[in-house]
Design a protein around this ligand. Structure first.
Ligand SMILES: Cc1cc2nc3c(=O)[nH]c(=O)nc-3n(C[C@H](O)[C@H](O)[C@H](O)COP(=O)(O)OP(=O)(O)OC[C@H]3O[C@@H](n4cnc5c(N)ncnc54)[C@H](O)[C@@H]3O)c2cc1C
Length: 496
């Protein structure tokens, strides 16, 4: 079945998810003004799947059941599927200008599917069967699943088992006939509150001493013992202001992250996909990270499209649209954004089948993609701020623009004064100018900057994580041989 956005929102109300914000439990979190924009974003991924115009991108034929499913629940069957994933993400970014939160689950499905197959091959376990049954359930009900990898990690110099507090990485605290009990937390979890389920993976490669931390499983968001503490975002309380609209920059959509705490949660054995086989923790991490580094070559590009459009509108409204340097800056922004898209498509085009049969991206190119993502959105917003002018951060509030309080000697209201002094190119109204500048404020340094900037930096791993992978995959020795051949060097001198 394919849920609609409205059905998705109603399905969240049936969950007993425990959500805390500002030190208190939030009972009606579905309608909470700070949370709702992120729910609207996810709803978009459901609604677009019903639009015949986007059916080819937004839906796929399940490799497990043959049914038509939302592509966010799909196991990639070809390089064509990998490319469609990136195009779908660009589309969703364009429609929301926010992190639409559903990629982490999709990337986790594909990583856990192929890794469990290889674990079973080695150890004769039944994790792959467990996972296939689980994914069939997810696809059938069209669920959104939080792909949860990142542990709080405590002292970064220490492995999980060496931490002063053993809970700083999520771990198995009890093994039972019918399942396991887990304790710990996952930090920065995108869309965790408005997900139906969580799919947990380890956060780093592990050794024998960390076997209790090498665990992967799925559980519902409202599992007994599970609760979430909402992460706040820059300017988030603007959403609590009565009748807020223009000042929000993006009233309808937004992203969401939370700390997800597992306070001794029981996981039945059929929902376990890794349980102590520490040798495979690294493979699961590497595969998830690879898919997720590809993802950013789609979603951030879609948001980038909106940012470029907004910068061009700001130029129009400021009356500088014909200036050569403005045109050149828009060209540079487009060049940077399309370079990211090229990376997303390239690592997809060069994808390969895994032993389990689904396709994975080219790891080297996916890491190059994400490395560029840690830089180019920052340059794109720098150029957007340049074009927008200082008003995007110094403008009075929308209440001022609408105020009827008299301030001027001739009886002018605050609203009239604001509209007079903040007018730009007469082809646009002052409100239009204000709206586009507030949008840019939101994405450059407000709530949406969480998704467009810092998530670009750290999401799917900080820049150094990609450089390590680029070093591993870059094959410098083969390149040395190429140089030797051309330069006519036949000796084996020099350090290897
Ligand atoms: C907006 C956002 C959304 C996210 N969504 C998700 C999600 O949905 N699911 C999920 O699982 N995760 C998610 N993440 C987490 C993301 O994967 C992590 O932020 C990332 O892996 C970096 O971890 P960290 O934030 O703990 O930073 P740290 O690991 O503390 O890194 C900070 C700096 O320290 C360096 N560093 C860290 N450890 C070492 C070391 N041992 N030696 C040398 N240098 C080191 C890093 O390279 C970096 O420069 C999200 C993050 C953000 C910001």
């Amino acid at each position: 079945m394919l849920m609609t956005g409205a059905q998705y929102i109603e399905s969240l109300r049936k969950l007993k998810t425990r959500v805390y914000m500002f030190g208190e439990k939030i009972e009606n979190w579905v309608d909470h003004p700070m949370i709702r924009p992120s729910i609207n974003c996810v709803a978009m991924t459901y609604d677009l799947a019903h639009d015949p115009h986007y059916a080819d991108l937004m839906t796929a034929k399940s490799s497990l059941t043959g049914e038509t499913i939302n592509r966010f629940g799909h196991l990639h069957q070809s390089t064509e599927d990998l490319k469609k994933k990136v195009k779908m993400q660009r589309l969703c970014g364009q429609k929301t200008a926010s992190c639409f939160q559903r990629c982490v689950g999709m990337d986790a499905f594909n990583a856990v599917f192929s890794t469990t197959y290889e674990i079973d091959q080695k150890f004769g376990t039944t994790y792959h069967k467990n996972f296939v049954q689980y994914l069939e359930h997810v696809q059938e009900l069209d669920l959104i699943v939080d792909g949860a990898m990142t542990d709080p990690k405590g002292d970064r110099a220490l492995s999980p088992s060496k931490q002063q507090d053993a809970d700083l990485f999520l771990r198995i605290v009890e093994r039972r006939e019918d399942g396991i009990v887990v304790r710990g937390a996952k930090a920065h979890q995108t869309g965790s509150i408005n997900s139906h389920e969580h799919l947990i993976m380890p956060t780093i490669a592990m050794g024998e001493a960390d076997a209790d931390y090498a665990v992967s499983f799925a559980c519902p968001s409202d599992a007994e013992g599970l609760y979430m503490i909402y992460g706040r975002q820059s300017c988030d309380t603007r959403k609590l202001e009565a009748d807020a609209d223009i000042d929000l920059g993006n009233k309808q959509f937004g992203g969401q992250e939370a700390l997800v705490v597992f306070d001794d949660v029981f996981i039945p054995k059929e929902r376990i996909f890794l349980c102590g086989e520490y040798e495979f923790a690294g493979m699961m991490v590497e595969r998830f990270a690879g898919y997720h580094r590809q993802s950013y070559g789609g979603c951030k590009v879609g948001v980038g499209d909106v940012v470029i459009g907004a910068a061009a509108l700001a130029a129009d409204y400021n009356g500088v649209q014909k200036a050569a340097h403005i045109k050149d800056k828009l060209i540079e922004m487009t060049h940077l954004n399309e370079t990211l898209y090229c990376c997303g498509l390239a690592c997809s085009t060069e994808g390969q089948p895994t032993a389990a049969g689904n396709y994975q991206i080219d790891l080297l190119l996916a890491n190059v993609c994400k490395q560029n993502i840690t830089r180019y959105p920052y340059e794109i917003v720098r150029l957007a701020e340049d074009i927008a002018g200082g008003l995007m951060v110094t403008m009075p509030s929308e209440k001022d623009f609408k105020s009827e309080t008299v301030v001027g000697k001739s009886g002018e209201t605050i609203g009239e004064i604001c509209n007079k002094y903040f007018a730009g190119n007469p082809a646009a109204t002052t409100e239009e100018r204000m709206r586009v500048l507030r949008f840019l404020e939101n994405v450059c340094l407000g709530a949406a900057a969480v998704g467009y900037r810092t998530e670009s930096m750290h999401g799917a791993g900080s820049p150094q994580a990609q450089r390590i992978m680029i070093a591993r995959q870059g094959n410098i020795n083969a390149k040395k041989e190429l140089a030797k051949n051309i330069a006519g060097i036949t000796t084996t001198g020099g350090k290897k």
